[in-house]
Design a protein around this ligand. Structure first.
Ligand SMILES: Cc1cc2nc3c(=O)[nH]c(=O)nc-3n(C[C@H](O)[C@H](O)[C@H](O)COP(=O)(O)OP(=O)(O)OC[C@H]3O[C@@H](n4cnc5c(N)ncnc54)[C@H](O)[C@@H]3O)c2cc1C
Length: 329
């Protein structure tokens, strides 16, 4: 049987999470869906350990802490999260509601939808030779650095995420090594210097050529690029593969929403050309669009307020001041 809700938000990035709070504030039920197993969108997937300096009200906030605060704020209204599921198909029901299926076979009926899908679903670039070890020592995300306490960790990659994971894991892990297939890194020089000062061992130019263990990971073999006889075996119980992500708007492209350059065209209400389907955050397009978290927050509030009125024309567009309500106490 299909789960029913007032609002379905597709995307649990910062925009979708703030939208979840806002829907609750407007007295609407909300389901938030994301293809990733963890909420937080780009912030959680790409830079959870970085400080962000342009969030209103915070002089500086770590990405991970911002996501935790957004979840905490949304939790006041108990949103339902469907994680690890991609929105697949959309169909209009005769009463105006929207019927959505997910790639995991769930069926949902919503009175309105807010597409907060950012740059699309992220899929981590796989670690060649490491796919069969995912979940048994190889991971693409580090939701809780504390889980790596006392382990020898090998981080693979040359970008900001790879170096940031080294910095985040160094205080808890027994050892941290960084393997990259080039001598040059794309990561910020300051982070690289910090990793060097912490004596993270850099192995360049090497690639991971084999993983070994009895059930769970015990050692990794790395081979020097263009020197196949230079092979090193490294004892390690955990690999963090930070090789980047591919992004794909996937099924949303077949929902009939007008798109320009892989972004969804919205009007000043954040409404798309499809009735009852709104969009907010990085995924939207209109003249003057700026892709920032702060902008996504504003668009989420606009989308939800307008969706509320479309669902129930007796409601005011203006929600009232939250400072006059007791709901968030
Ligand atoms: C390295 C880096 C640093 C940044 N620093 C800053 C900064 O300092 N300040 C700032 O304001 N911005 C910064 N940004 C940009 C900021 O992260 C984005 O503007 C913000 O994440 C957009 O939020 P969003 O919720 O709209 O989309 P996203 O964060 O992209 O989240 C969208 C979510 O939707 C999910 N999704 C997509 N399609 C589907 C589907 N069909 N079904 C289910 N789920 C789906 C995705 O899995 C994803 O989790 C930075 C970005 C990067 C990469």
């Amino acid at each position: 049987m299909a789960a029913e809700t007032d609002i379905l938000i597709v995307g649990a990035g910062p925009t979708g999470l703030y939208g979840a709070y806002y829907a609750g504030f407007r007295g609407l039920d909300v389901i938030v869906m994301d293809s990733l197993p963890e909420p937080g969108g780009q912030v959680n997937a790409m830079y959870p350990e970085k400080m962000i300096y342009d969030i209103a009200g915070f002089r500086a906030v770590k990405g991970r802490d911002l996501v935790a605060s957004l979840l905490d704020q949304a939790a006041v209204f108990s949103p339902t999260f469907l994680l690890g599921q991609e929105a697949a198909t959309l169909e209009h029901l005769s009463d105006g509601r929207l019927h959505v299926t997910t790639t995991a076979g769930e069926e949902l009926i919503a009175k309105a939808i807010v597409l907060a899908g950012g740059i699309g679903t992220f899929t981590p670039r796989p670690l060649p030779a490491g796919e069969e070890w995912v979940g048994r020592g190889v991971e693409y995300f580090v939701p809780r650095p504390a889980d790596y306490a006392g382990l020898d960790v090998l981080v693979v990659g040359g970008g900001d995420s790879a170096v940031d994971w080294c910095l985040a894991l160094h205080p808890v892990a027994r050892s941290v090594r960084l393997v990259h297939r080039r001598d040059a890194f794309r990561a910020h020089a300051a982070s690289l210097n910090q990793a060097k000062e912490l004596e993270v061992e850099f192995l360049t130019p090497y690639t991971v050529s084999g993983l070994h263990g009895d059930g769970t990971l015990e050692a990794v073999e790395v081979t020097r690029v263009k020197s196949s006889d230079d092979v090193r075996r490294l004892e390690c119980q955990a690999v963090v593969a930070a090789l980047g992500f591919t992004a794909d708007l996937g099924p949303l492209e077949s929902w009939g929403v007008e798109m320009v350059d892989r972004h969804i065209v919205v009007d000043s209400r954040m409404a798309t050309n499809v009735p009852r389907v709104y969009a907010a955050g990085d995924i939207t397009e209109y003249p003057g669009k700026v892709r920032l978290i702060a902008v996504g927050f504003g668009e989420a509030a606009t989308a939800i307020n307008n969706a509320a009125v479309e669902i129930n024309p007796e409601l005011d567009l203006f929600p009232g001041h939250s400072s006059d309500s007791e709901a968030a106490a």
